[in-house]
Write a protein that binds this ligand. Structure first.
Ligand code: ZN
Length: 442
């Protein structure tokens, strides 16, 4: 049963979200000039970088002149750890967030009150587009703490005047009790955790669509249309994608409207460019490449041309929902997370699409890459969904073969498929770990 109500959705900030393209570009240029100058005047890192590259804030006459300025990367953020990229005076910092640092030194960002306001506005726009109103309850099951997920959704909900329940991630039994007993209208968490919640309800014999939820914003990890379809049919909700990163502000940089044909970027605050990750050239509208963001209004840690490594494309056409802000498509990969196996480039997403399309499989999987002798091997571990598996147990071998063939069709190379016992593949309470690379590259 679908409980989502289209009549509930609205545009939070019509003035900004429905501007003419011309007015938007004018606003962006004005803010860009200010932001670049602010970074140059207040952050030694930018000043040195631009002096070395012979560019200055005054060179910005048109939006396109931004191409004259060098990019910054995660490495630059690490080099300036913890606070050398901060532009605001320390007494104006109001909150600090950080990436997990699982792949090295974490990225730390201090937020001023103005930044927190921009952030709340950005996530509020997203929550409005899934239909959150003043009297609603929003269950926030993203992690709280240094991670930006939880706070971003909470600030947005509170900006609207809704009741935010800061559940945080984990403690699934309590999550389920709360969702039933203190019925939330909306849920914000990672898509993998939402799926796990649905499964956990089913395991207890409760139909997940029988709880009150009508919609949700899901993000903080890469996901596919197949997962969206599963979340929507299991919970009977509208499952909308929210994108963001700590370096830029956190979740809310862009969010799906209910039309779900790309995430509207809050481009009056975050200016996007798409570049070819190899040549670093800016690509024409509509082409797929790495998305780069420049903050236009941030005062704590301004970022000018930050390379996200996320691969997507932009669409400037006016959306059916009435918003005119540019839409970015679903992230299809990261320029640094493709797996290269036997010389073939494989994105985990390609394997995920196959698995999520097969109803006989549970929505959990893991990809293990190893090199047992001299050749790379991919093992895909999947679980049978007992409720949907119709064939008899003796057909397991044939079923395994069928999965292998479908994956081979999708990625072009053979993989080893392993059928795991139900509920043995680890479910994540935060960001899912889908790929384990056991190869030794040292
Ligand atoms: Zn739209």
């Amino acid at each position: 049963m679908n409980k989502f109500r289209e009549e509930d959705v609205y545009i939070f900030n019509k003035k900004r979200e429905c501007m003419s393209r011309e007015d938007m570009r004018e606003l962006q240029l004005r803010r860009l000039k200010k932001s670049v100058k602010y970074a140059y005047d207040n952050v030694a890192f930018y000043r040195d970088l631009y002096d070395k590259n012979n560019v200055a804030p005054e060179d910005l006459k048109e939006l396109e002149d931004l191409e004259l300025f060098p990019f910054i990367t995660k490495d630059d953020l690490r080099k300036t750890y913890p606070f050398d990229l901060q532009a605001a005076l320390k007494e104006d910092w109001k909150e600090v967030h950080s990436t997990s640092g699982t792949t090295g030194i974490p990225t730390v960002a201090a937020y001023t009150q103005k930044d927190l306001d921009i952030w709340a506005e950005s996530t509020a726009r997203g929550l409005a587009s899934v239909g959150v109103h003043k009297n609603d309850i929003v269950n926030v099951a993203y992690g709280f703490g240094l991670f930006t997920g939880g706070h971003g959704a909470q600030y947005g909900a509170q900006k609207i005047g809704a009741l935010a329940v800061p559940m945080s991630s984990g403690n699934t039994q309590r999550q389920m009790n709360f969702l039933k007993d203190f019925p939330a209208d909306f849920l914000c968490c990672t898509p993998s955790y939402a799926l796990y919640l649905a499964e956990s309800f089913e395991k207890e014999g409760i139909d997940p669509s029988s709880i009150a939820l009508r919609g949700g914003l899901f993000g903080a990890e890469m996901w596919t249309e197949e997962i969206r379809n599963k979340l929507e049919s299991k919970f009977g909700i509208s499952a909308q994608n929210i994108y963001g990163l700590t370096e830029v502000i956190g979740p809310g940089v862009s969010v799906d409207c209910h039309i779900k044909e790309g995430m509207h970027i809050a481009e009056d605050h975050f200016y996007p460019e798409i570049i070819d990750p190899n040549t670093l050239e800016v690509l024409p509208e509509g082409e797929t490449g790495e998305i780069v963001f420049t903050s236009l209004t941030k005062t704590g840690m301004p970022v000018i041309r930050y390379r996200t490594k996320d691969i997507t494309s932009l669409n400037y056409e006016k959306c059916e929902c009435g918003r005119t802000t540019v839409r970015m498509n679903r992230i299809t990969g990261r320029s640094d997370d493709m797996i290269k196996v036997k010389g073939v480039i494989v994105f985990p997403k390609q394997i995920e699409e196959v698995i999520m399309k097969m109803d006989e499989l549970a929505p959990a999987y893991q990809i293990v890459v190893s090199r047992p002798d001299t050749l790379d091997e991919i093992e895909v571990q999947v679980e049978i969904d007992q409720a949907n598996f119709k064939d008899s147990i003796t057909d397991l071998e044939g079923f395994r073969h069928k999965i292998g063939e479908r994956i081979k069709d999708a990625i072009g190379i053979s993989v080893k498929v392993t059928l795991a016992e139900p509920y043995t593949i680890p479910r994540s309470e935060g960001k899912a770990v889908r790929v384990i690379d056991k190869r030794d590259f040292s």
